[in-house]
Design a protein around this ligand. Structure first.
Ligand SMILES: [Zn+2]
Length: 501
């Protein structure tokens, strides 16, 4: 069976084939009520509690479009440099699945609200403009839960449960044009695109974009053509890839798998595939429906959408600063190199650093704390940086205490220990743990006197001009003060005492 053909290595695959990727991203909008009724959209409600006759598809119920959802969709389209339709219709997409109780989904077909835009992404030094084919609005489906099987899929299950809370939640689908020409970078470009789109949607405030809760879901298309042939291969669509890392892995796996199929003289089958988080592979799903299978027709129960140009321009003028522009501005203001900015973004630390700087910290210091010590702590405890129980204001305060000489780096790390343990504010922790740097001359001189008395040979060396030997005495002073001595002042005092300069 060609699907099980041995994989070829990624490098080999890329040396013989050009990949083309495409992404279809579903975004649940953060509106208060559903797309065509007044049922609430809250995540985590009891099954089948957020429903009404409209979203349950009961006979005689009629939909009314949610204006806020239309506004959000136009905002997304404008942020993605799309044209906004002057007039367009919803379409009825017919299919018979239990997750849509009226046996059709209201979507948009050949008249999307937004079309023909782009989103720029950067991978390392490479900039890629990803074309946007369309942005359209539809309603989400319900959710099936298959009980009793080993895999959670319907095959082998004893019975299935359906929850219609999600049925009717406004869903935007953002479809890219095919993206050719990225070569070996295809998997990372796919990931960078979803990352940029997620940041953009978050900045617009139209969705909570939580991939783990399904409010952002990604279908990843991949095809291969013989290198430099200019031809287009047959694409597969890997459905519901639910993390940024999985987007990258899914494309990578499909490139390796399809190369093996083509190498062995086989044909790639056009189909939907499932991605498996546990081993990074894909397996065939159902064969892909064609548009005619859905028998689309204009939705007869809804009036067309005809957004006035004044409204569209008002929405354009009210767009917030978008992530790419914000990153360039912050980089200019902070004076950090490209690599630092990329590292901050990858670590999810950009907003944390921005807030820390807003609380008065130097940008370089804020960067060091979040990317260094705090990233290490987050990694050790297996949590996200933003989930650490440390606020930007606290980091800014620790940074200020270091700048003022009250703390050295070692003591500051102990203050972080206290913050992570919930011992109060940085100042409270400094007091409670007795962490302030000792820079008081009389206390330092007492410790220095003891160090000299305990190390007479070293002291003699320093007296005879070998000032480098003073390091051993400073070490003794640091030990005696539990690392709290002001090192540069202690060094000065040692040299004064022993007649060095
Ligand atoms: Zn409803």
């Amino acid at each position: 069976m060609t699907d099980q053909a041995a994989l070829v290595s990624y490098d080999e695959a890329i040396s013989r084939y050009d990949p083309v990727i495409g992404l279809e991203t579903h975004v649940e909008l953060g509106t208060v009520s559903k797309m065509f009724c007044g049922s609430p959209t809250e995540f985590g409600a009891d099954p089948n509690s957020s429903v009404c006759p409209v979203c349950l598809g009961l006979p005689g119920s009629l939909p009314v479009a949610n204006r806020t959802a239309i506004e959000y969709t136009i905002r997304i389209g404008l942020a993605l440099n799309c044209s906004i339709a002057t007039w367009c219709r919803f379409a009825r997409k017919n299919y018979f699945y239990p997750d849509m109780p009226k046996d059709f989904q209201i979507s948009q077909y050949d008249e999307p609200l937004c079309s023909d835009g782009w989103l720029d992404v950067t991978v390392g030094e490479t900039a890629v403009r990803v074309g946007i084919e369309r942005v359209h609005l539809e309603e989400d489906t319900g959710k099936s839960l298959h009980v009793g099987g080993a895999t959670g899929r319907i095959h082998g299950a004893d019975y299935s449960l359906v929850d219609y809370n999600r049925a009717g939640i406004p869903l935007v689908e953002v479809v890219t044009k095919p993206v050719p020409g990225t070569g070996a970078l295809a998997p990372v470009v796919a990931r960078a695109y979803v990352t940029e789109l997620r940041d953009l949607l978050r900045a617009l405030g139209v969705s909570d974009v939580r991939m783990e809760e399904g409010s952002l879901r990604c279908d990843v298309n991949t095809s291969l053509a013989p290198k430099d042939s200019g031809a287009w291969g047959i694409r597969t669509e890997t459905k519901n890839v639910n993390s940024l890392r999985s987007v990258e892995r899914a494309v990578r796996f499909e490139i390796e798998r399809q190369a093996a199929v083509l190498d062995s003289g086989g044909r790639v089958v056009q189909e939907t595939r499932h991605f498996h988080e546990e081993n990074g592979t894909t397996t065939p799903g159902r064969s892909k429906e064609e548009a005619q299978d859905y028998r689309y027709f204009p939705e007869p129960d809804l009036v067309p959408i005809a957004p006035s140009r004044e409204w569209v321009e008002e929405l354009r003028a009210s767009l917030p600063e978008l992530p790419a522009a914000r990153r360039s501005r912050l980089q200019r203001e902070w004076g950090l190199p490209d690599l630092d900015m990329a590292a901050l973004r990858n670590a999810g630390a950009l907003d944390l650093v921005a807030e820390t700087v807003a609380e008065g910290a130097q940008p370089g210091q804020a960067r060091n704390w979040w990317l260094g010590e705090l990233s290490r702590r987050a990694h050790e405890s297996g949590t996200e940086l933003a989930a650490l129980p440390v606020t930007p204001a606290q980091v800014a305060r620790v940074s200020a205490l270091v700048a003022a000489g009250t703390l050295n780096d070692k003591l500051a790390r102990q203050v972080l220990d206290g913050l992570l343990a919930g011992e109060g504010s940085p100042d409270e922790i400094v007091t409670a743990r007795g962490l302030a740097v000792v820079s008081d001359d009389s206390a330092l001189l007492a410790a220095i006197g003891e160090a000299i008395a305990a190390n007479p040979e070293v002291a003699e060396k320093v007296r005879s001009g070998k000032t480098a030997a003073a390091g051993a005495l400073l070490g003794a002073v640091m030990r005696a003060t539990g690392g709290r001595a002001d090192a540069s002042r202690a060094q000065e005092l040692i040299l004064q005492r022993l007649g060095g300069s």
